[in-house]
Design a protein around this ligand. Structure first.
Ligand code: SAH
Ligand code: F3S
Length: 481
C-alpha cells in the first residue's frame, strides 16, 4: 500500500510542476452530466498550457468558464442564475473578469448567448475546446469570441485531463462523443453532434496512468457507450464505408472493456450510459468474465409503454427490455441495474403511465433518476408534438414513481444485509468523521468505522444495517481470524 501512496504523490507532483509557473486564474464549474465534468478536466488541461491555474474563488478569477447543460429547461435556468451571480461579482469585486460559456447551451444558443447575456464574452461548443487559446486571444483584445463547430473527428484523446475536485480514487475516462440515436425528446444529438469513438490505445494509456497515480475506480463515459466502435477514426455512421482491414481490426465496446480489464486487473471498471437497444450480450458476458468490471448497469428505459417508447424513438419494446433484464440477471445474478425515467411525455395516458409502473415492478431497480418531460426546442418531439400532459399530472406521476423507486431501493439494499462486500474507500462519511464512505461494485454506498484503513483501500465489510440507499457495516479484519 505504501508504494501506491508514493505513486499517487508522484502524480500530484507532476501536475503541480506542470502548472507552477502559471499566473492567471481560472474558475471553472460544470452542470449536467458526467461528460460535462469530464470535459471540464480537458478544458482545465488546455487552459493550464495557456498559463491558467484553477481557483475556487470567483472574486479572484481572471476567467470564469461555465460548462452548461441543455437537457431540461430547469438545467438552463440554473445556468442563467449563475450568470447573474458572475455579473454581480464582476460589478462589485472583479471588473477585469471575463466569462465564457461552454457545453450544450453554448452549442444550442450560439450567438444568441452573446446577444441575450451581456456578461458573456466567449461561447464555445463541446467540440471546439482546442480553439480556446485563439478565442481567448480575441477576448483579451476586447472582442467577443465564438466557436460552436461540431466535429467528425474530435475526441480529445491526445489531452491528459487535469483532475478537478478529485478524491484521488475515482475518475471518468471519456470514450465516445456525440450520439446518433435521436431519441425524440433529447437535445444531445444536436448539441454534441454525431457519434465518434476515441482511439483505444489512448484510452488504455489513460487507464494505466490513472492506476499509477493511485486511482482505483474508473468510469468509461459516453452518451451511448455500447455503441463504441474504433476503426481508425471517423464517425460511427461511416463504418460501413471502412476498408476490410479497418473492419477486421475494429474494436467494439465489449473488446474495449476487455482491454481495459486486462490492462489493469485490479482497477475497478465501470461504464455509463447504456441504451438498451445497443447493449449486447457479449458486453454482459465480458462483465461476467472479469472480476474487476463492476456488476452494475445503468440502463435507462424512459417509459414502460410500447406506444410511448415508439414515439420516443427508443428502438426496443417493453418485452425486449424484459428479455434483456432476464439475460443480465441470468449471466450476472448480483448485477445492480439502475434507470432513467421520463413521465409526461406528450400523449402519455394514465394507462401508459401504469405500464411504466408495472415495468418498474418487474425490474425492481436498485436506484434511478426520474424526470418530468421538458420540451426541448429543435428536437423531433419539440417540433411535432404538443406538450399536452398538464404540469400537475406530470408532477403526480413523478412523485408516484419516486416513491415506488424508494421502496424498491430499500428492498434491493436489504438483500445485502449480513453479507460481506468489497468496498473501495473514497472519502469520509458526510455524517460522521469517524466513518469512511465508499461504494460496492454494485455502486451502492457503504459506510463503516475507519479503523486502520485509508482512502484508496479495498476493504471487506460485513453489512449489519442499512437505510434505503446506504449500507452500514464493519470491516472484516482477517488478520484477527
Ligand atoms: N445517454 C445519456 C442520456 C442523456 S440525458 C447519458 O449518458 O446520460 C440523461 C437523462 O435525462 C435521460 O436518460 C432522460 O431520462 C432525461 N432526459 C433527456 N431529455 C429529457 C427531456 N427533454 N425531458 C426530461 N428528461 C429528459
Ligand atoms: Fe439522448 Fe437518446 Fe442519445 S437519450 S443522448 S439521444 S441515447
Amino acid at each position: 500500500m505504501e508504494k501506491i501512496i508514493d505513486e499517487k504523490k508522484q502524480g500530484e507532483a507532476l501536475e503541480l510542476e506542470q502548472v507552477s509557473t502559471n499566473t492567471r486564474k481560472l474558475f471553472i464549474e460544470s452542470y449536467g452530466c458526467a461528460m460535462n465534468f469530464s470535459d471540464s478536466e480537458i478544458v482545465a488541461s488546455i487552459m493550464a498550457n495557456q498559463g491558467f491555474n484553477t481557483t475556487q474563488n470567483l472574486e479572484e478569477a481572471d476567467l470564469v468558464l461555465v460548462n452548461t447543460c441543455s437537457i431540461r429547461d430547469k438545467a438552463e435556468q440554473t445556468v442563467r442564475k449563475r450568470l447573474e451571480k458572475y455579473n454581480a461579482v464582476k460589478r462589485d469585486h472583479n471588473p477585469k473578469m471575463k466569462v465564457g460559456v461552454l457545453g450544450c447551451m453554448a452549442e444550442r444558443l450560439k450567438t444568441k448567448f452573446l446577444e441575450e447575456e451581456k456578461i458573456v464574452d466567449l461561447v464555445v461548443g463541446p467540440d471546439a475546446y482546442k480553439d480556446l487559446p485563439n478565442l481567448l486571444a480575441e477576448v483579451d483584445e476586447g472582442r467577443d469570441a465564438i466557436n460552436v463547430i461540431l466535429s467528425k473527428e474530435e475526441t480529445y484523446g491526445d489531452i491528459t485531463p487535469v483532475r478537478l475536485n478529485s478524491n484521488g480514487v475515482t475518475a471518468f475516462v471519456s470514450i465516445t462523443r456525440g450520439c446518433d440515436n435521436m431519441c425524440t425528446f433529447c437535445v444531445v444529438p444536436f448539441t454534441r453532434g454525431r457519434e465518434r469513438s476515441r482511439d483505444p490505445q489512448s484510452i488504455i494509456q489513460e487507464v494505466n496512468d490513472l492506476w499509477q497515480r493511485g486511482f482505483r475506480d474508473i468510469t468509461l463515459l459516453g452518451q451511448n457507450v455500447d455503441s463504441y466502435l474504433w476503426y481508425g477514426g471517423g464517425l460511427k455512421k461511416d463504418f460501413e464505408k471502412a476498408s476490410d482491414m479497418q473492419k477486421a481490426t475494429s474494436v467494439n465496446f465489449s473488446k474495449l472493456l476487455e482491454l481495459c480489464a486486462k490492462a489493469q486487473p485490479k482497477m475497478r471498471i465501470r461504464f455509463s450510459t447504456s441504451n438498451p437497444q445497443d447493449l449486447t450480450l457479449d458486453v454482459v458476458e465480458t462483465m461476467a468474465k472479469y472480476d474487476n468490471i463492476c456488476n452494475h448497469i445503468h440502463l435507462p428505459v424512459q417509459s414502460g409503454s410500447n406506444r410511448i417508447l415508439k414515439a420516443m424513438n427508443r428502438l426496443h419494446t417493453r418485452e425486449e427490455y424484459f428479455e434483456l433484464i432476464d439475460n443480465i440477471r441470468r449471466i450476472i445474478p448480483d448485477c445492480a441495474i439502475s434507470q432513467d425515467m421520463i413521465v409526461g411525455f406528450p400523449t402519455e395516458t394514465e394507462e401508459d403511465f401504469q405500464d411504466t409502473v408495472s415495468l418498474m415492478e418487474y425490474v425492481k431497480y436498485n436506484f434511478g433518476y426520474m424526470f418530468t418531460y421538458s420540451e426541448r426546442p429543435g428536437t423531433m418531439a419539440g417540433r411535432n408534438m404538443e406538450d399536452d400532459v398538464p404540469e400537475a399530472i406530470k408532477k403526480r406521476r413523478l412523485q408516484d414513481i419516486v416513491d415506488l423507486q424508494r421502496a424498491h431501493s430499500e428492498i434491493k439494499t436489504k438483500e445485502w444485509l449480513h453479507k460481506t462486500v468489497e468496498v473501495l474507500v473514497e472519502k469520509e462519511s458526510k455524517k460522521s468523521n469517524t466513518q469512511w464512505s465508499g461504494r460496492t461494485p454494485q455502486n451502492i454506498v457503504c459506510v463503516f468505522p475507519k479503523g486502520q484503513y485509508k482512502i484508496g483501500d479495498f476493504v471487506q465489510v460485513k453489512i449489519t444495517d442499512c437505510t434505503s440507499a446506504t449500507l452500514i457495516g464493519e470491516a472484516v479484519d482477517y488478520s484477527k481470524a
